[in-house]
Design a protein around this ligand. Structure first.
Ligand code: ADP
Ligand code: X15
Length: 479
């Protein structure tokens, strides 16, 4: 196993080159692709470019010598001009689900900052913005889940005084909307105070929609939910378009991943194989190199006949692990498992630890991080790439002692990002790790959605995106 798990860098590069050629070999299979819109997946791309979703024809494109993608474009807020927006009431669904401390202070305002470009664009074009979001998972009206604490930060970032409604629908809200001036913002109360929101109740969606003339969905983090404020309102508001954040997330997590600059590496970690099967299977179709870390590796080791001590293992996923290894081989994907691991005598921050070969985990010890040799091998593999997506930590990074592997990956991605490699952090704990290391700013894209990014990487359609109006579909672009 260890030799399969940690091939030398030269072999990695050779396999990557072979894998990169694989689409050319498979090209004949990809017929009937839809035409594609432009490719603008690099950092700093014009946010008004169309949203990229749906079918791909990477193989056929490669065969033509073009790096193109077949996409169906969703209509974007950037397609709307002042003529469309001046004086119009625009319902904007944002994901302002930010963490608050016990004193109702915002501890991370990333999602608020991410929502600003769309709101500013609408305000600049003379629209009246009616902003809606959920916060947490309240069961009915619950004061601690009020959106009121968000008003000062929103006002500060927008440079105007944001008004706040105490309800989501009803006569008082209607009055506030009627009094709203062009270029002003009204924040509605937590939309989940109504149970009808999560039930996607059509009557509730209709009432919410009746406040506005058109709809912008910018709530990527909630796009995998078919709720009244994400999906239901689109049935009553035309146009219903994508905001800039939603668009950027799709450009990276769908567009750049489906049509990457190659070689393309995926790094998947996290606790269990079972929670990442969909992502691994989907990425195996697209990537040249797959690096695995985190708790899931022990299921792969055990499937290969190794002793894993008391490490996390999913006994019912051993066959699956074997089949994923076989699938990677069949597809010419270079799948690397760590060759060494940091083991602990208990699951605790102050556990005794040692580094051992992956094939030498003693009974009673559990693997909680990848080891230094693995970091080196992973780094060598990553040095050969042009695009990297990362989802899931390499170890129990919440404990400093076992955060080294995860932090090394974060640092490597930062270094490569600065050299022009496209680096995409796919939400969840990987984002926390990148932030902990202080390298978030240099990454090409950091997703604002955990569950949503996972579903997108699994190749699932997001209801909040599907429901939006179609935009212009244009021809393939050779690059
Ligand atoms: N070797 C390991 N053993 C047990 N848990 C692990 C191990 N490596 C990582 N984890 C845990 O996996 C969790 C993250 O898993 P997951 O939720 O699947 O990732 P993400 O949130 O990035 O999608 C973290 O809490 C981390 O402590
Ligand atoms: O925080 C969110 O999701 P995430 O934790 O998966 O990133 C979104 O706001 C969605 O919230 P939900 O999972 O309560 O629907």
């Amino acid at each position: 196993m260890a030799s399969t798990a940690a091939p030398p860098a030269a072999l990695v590069a050779r396999r990557a080159a072979a894998a990169a050629a694989a689409p050319l070999r498979r090209a004949g299979l990809a017929a009937g692709c839809q035409p594609a819109r432009s490719l603008a997946f690099a950092a700093g791309a014009d946010p008004r470019l169309a949203v990229h979703v749906a079918s791909r024809c990477r193989a056929a494109s490669a065969a033509r010598g073009a790096r193109a993608v077949a996409t169906m474009a969703k209509k974007s807020v950037g397609d709307l001009t002042a003529a469309d927006l001046e004086g119009k009431r625009v319902l904007v669904r944002a994901d302002l689900n930010v963490p608050l401390d016990d004193n109702q202070n915002i501890t991370d305002d990333t999602r608020i900052r991410a929502a600003i470009p769309t709101i500013k664009y609408l305000l600049t074009n003379g629209a009246k913005v009616i902003l809606t979001s959920h916060l947490g998972r309240p069961k009915g009206v619950t004061p601690k889940f009020s959106l009121a604490p968000l008003v000062p930060r929103l006002s500060e970032l927008l440079g105007i005084e944001v008004k706040k409604a105490d309800d989501v629908i009803g006569p008082e809200v209607e009055k506030l909307v009627a009094d709203l001036a062009n270029g002003a913002v009204l924040l509605l109360e937590n939309v989940r105070f109504y149970k009808e929101e999560e039930k996607n109740d059509p009557e509730f969606a209709k009432k919410l929609a009746s406040l506005a003339d058109l709809f912008v969905n910018d709530a990527f983090g909630t796009a995998h939910r078919a709720h009244a404020s994400t999906e239901g309102v689109t049935k009553f508001l035309k146009p219903s378009v994508a905001g800039f954040l939603l668009q950027k997330e799709l450009d990276y997590l769908d567009g750049a991943v489906s049509n990457p600059k190659r070689p393309f590496a995926a790094i998947v970690g996290g606790s269990k194989v079972s929670s990442k099967i969909g992502v691994i299977e989907s990425l195996l179709e697209k990537c040249d190199i797959l690096l695995l870390g985190g708790g899931m590796i022990f299921t792969f080791y055990k499937a290969q006949g190794l002793s894993v001590g008391s490490s996390l293992v999913e006994e019912d996923k051993l066959e699956l692990a074997t089949s994923l290894l076989a699938k990677a081989k069949a597809k010419g994907v270079s799948l690397l498992l760590p060759s060494d691991v940091v083991i602990a005598d208990k699951f605790a921050p102050d556990a005794n630890s040692q580094t051992v070969a992956a094939s030498a985990i003693p009974d009673g010890w559990m693997g909680l991080d990848i080891g230094p040799d693995s970091v080196k091998t992973f780094n060598d593999a990553l040095d050969t790439t042009q695009t990297i997506i990362w989802n899931g930590p390499m170890g129990v990074f919440e404990f400093d002692k076992f955060a080294v592997g995860t932090e090394a990956v974060a640092k490597k991605l930062a270094e490569l990002s600065k050299k022009g490699v496209t680096t995409i952090i796919g939400g969840g704990d990987s984002v926390a790790a990148v932030e902990k290391v202080g390298v978030a700013d240099v990454m090409s894209h950091i997703s604002t959605g955990g569950g949503a990014s996972l579903e997108l990487l699994e190749g699932k359609q997001l209801p909040g995106v599907v429901a939006l109006d179609e935009g212009v579909v244009t021809s393939s672009v050779a690059v």
